[in-house]
Design a protein around this ligand. Structure first.
Ligand code: OGA
Ligand code: NI
Length: 348
C-alpha cells in the first residue's frame, strides 16, 4: 500500500525524505518566505464567533453575533467557533477513532484504495497521485456521510462515532447558515433553500500528517480553497493550518475545544462574491502525527449552482457561470492541487 505513514515509519527516512516529497524545490515559483512571525501573528488572528450567542434567545445578543459572523465571512472567510455545544468527549473520540483506523493493518485501508473519485469511502495518499509530480506528506480517508451515510466498518465502533459526530457537525453548520442568511439581509432559511441543505452533500475527511523529519521541505496540503459551502475543521493538539492574507501566510492557533470554520467556493458562487472562499494550506511538523477532521457541507451533488438572484444587482452582475456541484468537484479533484482555486474556470 502506498502511504506516507509507511514512509514515515521506515527507518531510512528518519533523517531525510524521498525526493518526490520535496515540495519546495519542485514548486519553486511559490514564495515561502512570507510567514508571519509569532509576534505579528498574534496581532493578526482570525475572528472568533461565539456559537452560544448566535443561538441566543436574547435578540440583541443574537443580532450582534450575526453581525460578527457576516463580517468574518466577508473579511476573512475563516473564523474560530467557540461554545459550539459539541461535547469534548465526542471530539476526542473522533480523533482517537481516526488514529485507530490508521493503526489497523494496511489491508484494512487497502480495500478502500484506488477507485473512483466519488467512491463513497476512499483511502489514499497525497491528493491525486495520478497527476502529481510531487507528493504531499498526507494520507486521507474520505467518506460520504450525507444524504447517505458511509463509513468503514473497522475498527469496532468507528462508524458509530463518525455518524454521531457528523450529525452534530451538520447541526452546527445548519445554525451557522441561518446566521449567514440573516447577515446577507435574507430570511433565516435562505441559505438552506438556495443550497438545498436538507438533501445536501456532506463529506467527512480525515487528514493524517505523520511526523516529518524535514518539515520545511515537505507540504501537507498545498494552497487551495475548499469546494463546498462551509467546512468545519477539528484538529488534534498539533498546529499546521495557515491562511493566506495580504500575500502573507498566517498560522492559525485554535483555542482548545474550538473549531475552525471556513467558507468554500460554493459559498462564493452563491453569494456572487460577497462571501469569498479563502486560500489556505497545511504544513507538517517533526514532532508527532497531526490529525485533522474536516466535514465539508455543500449542495446536493447533482444541483447546478450559480449566483442567486438576490445577490445579483445592476452594479454586481453574475461573476460566475453556473455549474453542477459534482462537475465542480471533478474539476478540482482531477487536477494537481497547486492551483489556487478552481473558481478561475467559471469566473465570467
Ligand atoms: C482541508 C484542509 C487543513 C488542515 O482538508 O481542506 O484545508 O489543517 N485542511 O488539515
Ligand atoms: Ni481546505
Amino acid at each position: 500500500m502506498f502511504s506516507v505513514k509507511k514512509i514515515a515509519e521506515s527507518s531510512s527516512v528518519v533523517e531525510c525524505i524521498p525526493s518526490e516529497y520535496v515540495y519546495q524545490n519542485n514548486n519553486s515559483n511559490e514564495d515561502y518566505s512570507i510567514i508571519l512571525g509569532d509576534e505579528e501573528a498574534q496581532n493578526t488572528t482570525i475572528p472568533t464567533i461565539d456559537f452560544s450567542q448566535l443561538i441566543s434567545s436574547n435578540p440583541a445578543d443574537r443580532s450582534k453575533a450575526i453581525q460578527e459572523l457576516g463580517t468574518a465571512c466577508a473579511d476573512w472567510g475563516f473564523f474560530m467557533l467557540i461554545n459550539h455545544g459539541v461535547p469534548e468527549s465526542l471530539r476526542e473520540e473522533v480523533l482517537r477513532a481516526s488514529q485507530k483506523f490508521y493503526d489497523l493493518p494496511d489491508e484494512e485501508r487497502k480495500q478502500y484504495e484506488g477507485g473512483d473519485m466519488f467512491a463513497p469511502i476512499k483511502c489514499g495518499t497525497s491528493f491525486n497521485v495520478n497527476v502529481e509530480k510531487t507528493f504531499l506528506w498526507r494520507d486521507y480517508l474520505k467518506c460520504h456521510v450525507h444524504p447517505h451515510f458511509h463509513a468503514p466498518s473497522n475498527p469496532h465502533g468507528f462508524s458509530e462515532t463518525i455518524k454521531a459526530y457528523c450529525k452534530k457537525s451538520r447541526d452546527v453548520i445548519g445554525e451557522l447558515l441561518k446566521g449567514i442568511s440573516i447577515s446577507l439581509g435574507q430570511e433565516e432559511k435562505y441559505m438552506h433553500k438556495v443550497m438545498n441543505y436538507e438533501s445536501g452533500f456532506q463529506m467527512f475527511v480525515v487528514n493524517y500528517y505523520p511526523r516529518c523529519p524535514m518539515p520545511e521541505q515537505a507540504m501537507g496540503l498545498p494552497p487551495h480553497s475548499d469546494h463546498g459551502v462551509l467546512t468545519l475543521l477539528l484538529q488534534n493538539e498539533l498546529e499546521g493550518l495557515q491562511l493566506l492574507r495580504n500575500d502573507m501566510w498566517i498560522p492559525i492557533h485554535p483555542l482548545p475545544n474550538s473549531f475552525i470554520v471556513n467558507t468554500g467556493d460554493q459559498m462564493e458562487i452563491l453569494t456572487n462574491g460577497k462571501y469569498k472562499s479563502n486560500i489556505h494550506r497545511a504544513v507538517v511538523n517533526k514532532n508527532a502525527t497531526r490529525i485533522t477532521i474536516g466535514t465539508a457541507h455543500g449542495p446536493p451533488l447533482d444541483d447546478v449552482v450559480g449566483p442567486t438572484i438576490e445577490m445579483i444587482r445592476e452594479d454586481n452582475p453574475p461573476a460566475y457561470r453556473a455549474i453542477k456541484y459534482k462537475d465542480y468537484i471533478s474539476l478540482q479533484q482531477s487536477n494537481e492541487l497547486n492551483k489556487k482555486t478552481c473558481l478561475d474556470y467559471i469566473r465570467i
